[in-house]
Design a protein around this ligand. Structure first.
Ligand SMILES: Nc1nc2c(c(=O)[nH]1)N[C@H]1C(S)=C(S)[C@@H](COP(=O)(O)O)O[C@H]1N2
Ligand SMILES: [Mo]
Length: 227
């Protein structure tokens, strides 16, 4: 597909939070004077990155599980998920491989809302997000998972999230590098200790703040294969 035909290709200057409808949650980082974190460059495309293959997911069989240290474990099918209250978030998206896609409009269900439904047990400190791609996980602190602009996404820039980008549903946590935004989300598990996920075990930083360039666990240590 040529770049002109790619519906995700951005033309011109990046969208700013200035003229968004009232109901859109604006990621605070999009209001920075210098919106692109150190060591990153803007891409107008939306690259596709993941380990392994895009899993085939039949919507009729799709399920999302919320489990671990919650008062009420939850399980949604597609229709149930689509009936949950929805939010819109405007954010940038920073991949550790140094591209940043600015001005994304994500739509879906706020992580905060889901956790209100499930009830967080007091001993929960971290979240493990698991994808449908055979056992892939990523870890993040519970408070970052609960950021106001963190959500489970099924629409991007008004269109259904395609399989390459993690559809039917992916996690998006704008303030961390994009590998924390698990695609093909299958399970959210609350745990009481940090449990490094797929990339984190291979040498990506445990936390992944793009503004302080938390790219790798140890600059001298092993680096994952570039994705
Ligand atoms: N389930 C799953 N989610 C994943 C990955 C993966 O391999 N599996 N890769 C991560 C990485 S390294 C990045 S940069 C982003 C890329 O999202 P995109 O392909 O939509 O740009 O997805 C993240 N989420
Ligand atoms: Mo990545």
């Amino acid at each position: 597909m040529s770049v002109e035909q790619d519906p995700k290709y951005q033309t011109g200057e990046p969208a700013t939070p200035a003229n968004l409808p009232q109901d859109v949650i604006v990621s605070p980082d999009t209001r920075r004077d210098q919106r692109i974190p150190p060591g990153q460059t803007r891409t107008k495309k939306w690259p596709v990155l993941h380990y392994g293959h895009v899993p085939f997911i039949d919507r009729d069989k799709w399920r999302l599980e919320i489990t671990g240290l919650v008062e009420r474990p939850l399980r949604f099918n597609w229709d149930e998920f689509r009936q949950l209250p929805r939010v819109k978030v405007f954010s940038d998206f920073h991949c550790v491989t140094r591209w940043s896609r600015l001005g994304n409009l994500w739509e879906g269900v706020a992580t905060r809302h889901l956790m209100e439904l499930a009830g967080i047990r007091p001993d929960a400190t971290h979240v493990v997000a698991q994808g449908y791609d055979s056992g892939w996980t990523t870890n993040l602190p519970l408070d970052e998972f609960l950021a106001e602009d963190a959500l489970l996404v099924d629409l991007h820039d008004g269109q259904p999230l395609d399989a390459d980008h993690g559809g039917p549903v992916r996690l998006v946590v704008p303030q961390l590098y994009a590998w924390k935004s698990a695609k093909w989300l299958k399970k959210i598990e609350l745990v009481d200790q940090d449990q490094p996920g797929y990339w984190e075990q291979l040498g990506y930083h445990d936390h992944g703040d793009p503004w302080t360039e938390e790219r790798f666990r140890d600059e001298l240590g092993r680096r994952p294969d570039p994705e």
